[in-house]
Every structure is written in structure tokens, then in C-alpha cells.
Design a protein around this ligand. Sequence first.
Ligand SMILES: NC(=O)c1ccc[n+]([C@@H]2O[C@H](COP(=O)([O-])OP(=O)(O)OC[C@H]3O[C@@H](n4cnc5c(N)ncnc54)[C@H](OP(=O)(O)O)[C@@H]3O)[C@@H](O)[C@H]2O)c1
Length: 295
Amino acid sequence: MSKSKLGDQLTFPGTSLTVHRMGYGAMRLAGPGIYGPPKDPDAAVAVLREAVAAGVNHIDTADFYGPHITNQIIRKALHPYPPGLVIVTKLGARRPPDKSWQPANSREELIAGVHDNLRNLGVDTLDIVNLRMVGPGHGLEVGSIAEQLTALADLRRKGLIRHLGLSNVTAAQVAEAQAITDVVCVQNYYNVAHRDDDALVDDLARQGIPYVPFFPLGGFSPLQSSTLSAVARRLEATPMQVALAWLLQRSPNILLIPGTSSLAHLRENLAAAQLTLSPPTLAELDGIAAPRRFV
Ligand SMILES: NC(=O)c1ccc[n+]([C@@H]2O[C@H](COP(=O)([O-])OP(=O)(O)OC[C@H]3O[C@@H](n4cnc5c(N)ncnc54)[C@H](OP(=O)(O)O)[C@@H]3O)[C@@H](O)[C@H]2O)c1
């Protein structure tokens, strides 16, 4: 592992793909409500170019952001892609004109989704595709994911996908998936205030599989906490930087993909990789999460 201003590097298991622990999530580059074009497309291009110039080599996206818009902006900003850049995309959702988020998990929809990603990103093979299950809200849909994952594993055998990951899944679904194919990462909802996946983070760490929290800053409900603010004041950092630093120290298998459409926020977020939290500060921040209820 080499340490840089964007943190250590991690290799997705069983792959030649190595990324800094601090990456970038591109969802916010689409228009309001992650639908349609952004107000300022040049600003979106500038954010991506600055991220990569700063050393980011892990970008998270989906062709259903926009739809198509985010991938088209990534292509415009970065194609031909620099060596070493890993673009992780997702399949499993669609955005009808009413702007809702609907499942798109049939074999035909998954095949069409792969081709949408290839075309809009301008590549012959997708580095990593996460099968994104769509449950109620951002909640988890229980049940088997074997059919969907088998369809994606077929596309992988055809060479359209290099590696597979999972998103918005339960521990049982991860185990089911691992009996079908290698799983190189898991992307679920997790941050300093929302820690339902604590056990899964630790289990994946034991297996050497990266855990990639989405909504690391709270997503559509930005993190707000007096503890976060107090720690940030003490460290002369921002609350969002503290939230990202907490995630980096939470477990060595966590890769970050904070999302932003703003250059100022991008710079702030990347700088969080250099913030170190002491054990007493980590303990203080651990108190932010609502206590888990065990049944
Ligand atoms: N697998 C999934 O189901 C799933 C679901 C959601 C997201 N994702 C992925 O995860 C990535 C991260 O999630 P996210 O973008 O939804 O949420 P997030 O990273 O938790 O937060 C992004 C929000 O915080 C704001 N923000 C960013 N940096 C900030 C800063 N330093 N100070 C104050 N506000 C800041 C952004 O606004 P500005 O644009 O104004 O900075 C945006 O509104 C996405 O980009 C996407 O790639 C995956």
C-alpha cells in the first residue's frame, strides 16, 4: 500500500484495480433531483477534471443518474480516460419521466443497462458493475438476488464487465452472491450517524473486500450533529471533513466516494484524507449514531 494525500491505496480483491481510499461520487453532477442536465455543465466538467488532477482514481457513477447525463459528462470531461482510473457503475434502477426511482432488474433491463453504460462512458468494458437492489426508499429489499447476479455474471463472461460488486444489499445477499461469483466491493448506506451496517463492514474487512458507503455526508439529508460541529471547531476542520475522516478511520476496507457538484466542496472533501482523529475523538464521534436495537 502506498500512502498519498488521498489516503492509502486499496486493490479490489482478485483484480488489478487499485484506488486511493478517497474517491469521488458523480451522482450530484446531474440536474436537480438527479434528473436532467445540470444548470452549469462546464462546472460539472471542471469538478471531474480537478478531482482526477488531484489524484482521484475511483469515480462512482450510474447511467440512471440523469438518466445518461452523468456518464455523458464523465466522458466529456475525462475521455480518453487516464491509465489507472477506475469507474464503478451500477445497474438495477431506472428513472421514468415522473423522476421516481424504479427497479430495472430483469435480464433484458440489465443487458440494456450494460450497453447504455458502455455507450455513454465510451468504453468497451466496464471496470466494475454493482448490482444495485432497489427496495423501499433507500431501504433493503430482502430475498434472493441470484437471478439478477447470474445475468450479470453471464455478461461478465462475455467480456462486457470486468468485475462485479453489490449495492443496497443485506449480509445474506452478499453471502448468496459470493456462491455465484466473486464480489469485489459492497456499496451500502452508511455514515457516522447511520451505522446499521457495522457488522457487515467488519465482516467484509475480514474478507479483504472494500465497503463503499453511499451518503457518507448524509446524502439528501446532510449530517447535522452538535458533536460533529464541536469536534470540527476543535480541529479547525469542517463537520463534513470530520465525518469523512471518521469513515476512513472506522475500518481499513472503507473507500470513500463523497458526492459534490462544487469545486470548493471537492477540495474540502479531498483534504479530509489528511485529517487524523485521536482515539478519544473517535470515541466521542461514535456516540453520534443512534443506538442499535437488537431484537
Ligand atoms: N448505491 C447507491 O444506491 C447510491 C445511492 C446514493 C448515492 N450513491 C453514490 O454515492 C455517492 C455519494 O452520495 P451522495 O452524493 O448522494 O451523498 P453525500 O456524499 O453524502 O452528500 C452529497 C451532498 O452533500 C453536499 N456536500 C458535499 N460535500 C460537501 C461539503 N464539503 N460541505 C457541505 N456540503 C457538501 C453536496 O452538495 P454540493 O453539490 O453543493 O456540494 C450534496 O448535496 C454519490 O455521488 C453516488 O455516486 C450510491
